[in-house]
Design a protein around this ligand. Structure first.
Ligand SMILES: N[C@H](CCC[C@H](N)C(=O)O)C(=O)O
Length: 285
């Protein structure tokens, strides 16, 4: 099956995007397509697969599948790329519009120059903080802020945040010392997270800057994670490392995102998105 695709990235967090306004794929092959197309040797190579699809509740919808074929519920970098694609390909004709995700509907605003989307701001909604919603085992109504979290014989301090997808945030003194490869996969698959978890290590540079690295559920280390950057700002604020309602610059491996947790409790994410290539993927089941 030959499938037209667009490869796009947000700060190096790259996905293969399929436009389901133009192609139709059976639900049962999506996970297999995600695994195969993401393979850098035998596929196109990416952090996963994103579907831009018709929606009955918004002008456009977005679904994300990780490199391992698992489906996530939201994707910050993916939402910025989806907004860019939707505007530049005429799926929407306003600069402000909504996008449906499995984590709920988000509001997008695109900044355009000569018909090209240069920057995208997304209202990512409100963070979910109760253990039962993260989800994380333990007292259901509790939040998880600066809690002791033992991994083998290592004592870590965890703050857990959901942006519709689960994030485990750990603060470190120096980002270059973050145990991304030693602990990323262990924590991702820890039984205390029934659905698995995205794992972020964060260094507080000052009260308006964070350094950030991520091990993603289902994809491993990526250059950037938009929902993770939102979770990092929420966690830093909950720990009183940074103020609320101020724009925080998050320095990710692939570049910077501006994030604000506003007085209404909404998280705003602003950053770029780029097209890498267009082509035709020869999928074999
Ligand atoms: N890279 C994405 C997050 C993917 C999340 C996915 N790994 C999961 O929740 O399973 C982002 O920019 O927000």
């Amino acid at each position: 099956m030959d499938i037209p695709f667009t490869k796009m990235h947000g700060l190096g967090n790259n996905y293969i995007y399929l436009d389901l306004f133009k192609v139709d794929l059976p639900e049962e092959i999506l996970s297999d397509v995600a695994q195969k197309v993401s393979n850098v040797s035998t596929g196109v190579g990416s952090d996963g697969l994103i579907l831009i699809h018709p929606s009955s509740i918004a002008p456009v919808g977005m679904r994300i599948f990780n490199k391992d074929g698992s489906e996530g519920k939201s994707c910050g970098n993916g939402l910025r790329c989806t907004a860019k694609y939707a505007y530049e390909n005429g799926l929407v004709n306003e600069k402000k519009f909504q996008i449906e995700t499995k984590a709920g509907i988000v509001d997008a605003v695109v900044e355009v120059s000569n018909g090209i989307v240069k920057n995208i701001t997304i209202n990512m909604g409100q963070p979910r903080l109760k253990r039962s919603i993260i989800p994380m085992v333990g007292e259901e109504q509790q939040q998880v802020v600066n809690e002791t979290f033992m991994v083998d014989d290592k004592e870590l301090k965890i703050t857990a945040v959901s942006m519709g997808n689960p994030h485990a945030v750990f603060f470190v003194d120096h980002i270059q010392d973050a145990p991304l490869y030693e602990l990323g996969e262990i924590i991702e698959k820890d039984a205390r997270f029934p659905d698995g978890v995205n794992v972020e290590f964060v260094e507080v540079v000052n009260e308006t800057e964070l350094n950030f690295r991520v091990w993603e559920r289902g994809s491993g280390v990526t250059q950037a994670c938009g929902t993770g950057a939102c979770a990092a700002v929420v966690a830093a604020s909950l720990n009183n490392f940074i103020p609320k309602n101020k724009t925080i610059t998050v320095h990710l491996q692939g570049g910077d995102l501006d994030i604000k947790w506003d007085e209404g409790g909404y998280i705003w994410m602003s950053g770029g998105a780029d097209v890498i290539a267009r082509g035709e993927y020869h999928y074999k089941s």
